[in-house]
Write a protein that binds this ligand. Structure first.
Ligand code: AP5
Ligand code: MG
Length: 202
């Protein structure tokens, strides 16, 4: 099975992907996570990537596409989280024949609240939220916030989402493989809807 998960910044793509990957034995490919890992290396490529991510802009399309395709390796069942994000990227992977594109629909106001309380665990890669998905108290000390979760950068990420990624949603809708999911409510509720959509598509 090959899945794509789309949605605005902070809509819960990563949170849902963690569970989907477990339950359906899918290899989780978060292009955002891969890019941040590359950026940490602080070499020329890393610095270039940071210069886009830190402003909330998309990295050049070919760079993201190469990272995404390379991550697949020999895997046959995988889940793309946050990729494709532009029509060019969608066309680039057209030959991979995805079964389903899940679109998490969450109003902008709610998403800003989610991003401002997000906490990441660098040790496990897990995502938490101060209020909605509280982490265990004993790991609180090692949790970090994402550099692009500032009001100014969040605003830019939304702008890019409206300009580029909404077209991708329409693209998969036309192809007849889009499942629009109500992404509001608790993480548990959202995941229940997602799981149902995935099961129905098989
Ligand atoms: P990326 O890392 O993909 O960021 P994003 O799309 O902005 O989305 P996020 O990861 O911020 O949010 P999410 O939807 O995963 O939500 P999460 O589950 O964490 O991309 C970052 C950057 O990388 C881009 O800006 C770009 O520069 C670059 N990039 C990435 N892909 C690219 C591409 N294809 N091409 C070019 N450039 C690319 O949840 C958010 C918070 O809410 C968490 O705290 C979580 O605990 C909480 N939460 C989750 N679900 C719920 C719920 N139901 N109720 C309440 N809280 C919830
Ligand atoms: Mg994410």
């Amino acid at each position: 099975m090959k899945l794509i998960i789309l949605g605005p910044p902070g809509s819960g793509k990563g949170t849902v992907s963690e569970r989907l990957a477990q339950d359906f034995h899918l290899f989780h490919i978060s292009v955002g996570d891969l890019l941040r890992k590359e950026a940490k290396k602080k070499n020329a490529l890393g610095k270039k990537i940071s210069s886009y991510i830190d402003k909330g802009n998309l990295v050049p399309y070919q760079l993201a596409a190469n990272i995404a395709k390379k991550a697949i390796g020999t895997k046959r069942d995988y889940l793309f989280d946050g990729f494709p994000r532009s029509l060019e990227q969608a066309q680039e992977i057209e030959n991979l024949k995805f079964d389903l594109a899940l679109y998490l629909d969450v109003p902008e106001k709610e998403v800003v609240d989610r991003l401002s309380g997000r906490l990441l665990d660098p040790a496990t890669g897990k995502t938490y939220h101060r209020k909605y998905l509280p982490p265990p108290k004993n790991i609180m000390w090692r949790l970090v916030q994402r550099k692009d979760d500032t009001p100014k950068v969040i605003k830019e990420r939304f702008k890019v989402y409206h300009q580029e990624t909404e077209l991708v949603i329409k693209y998969y809708q036309k192809k007849g493989i889009l499942a629009k999911i109500d992404g509001t409510g608790s993480p548990k509720e959202v995941y229940r809807r997602v799981k149902k959509a995935v099961k129905n598509s098989r």
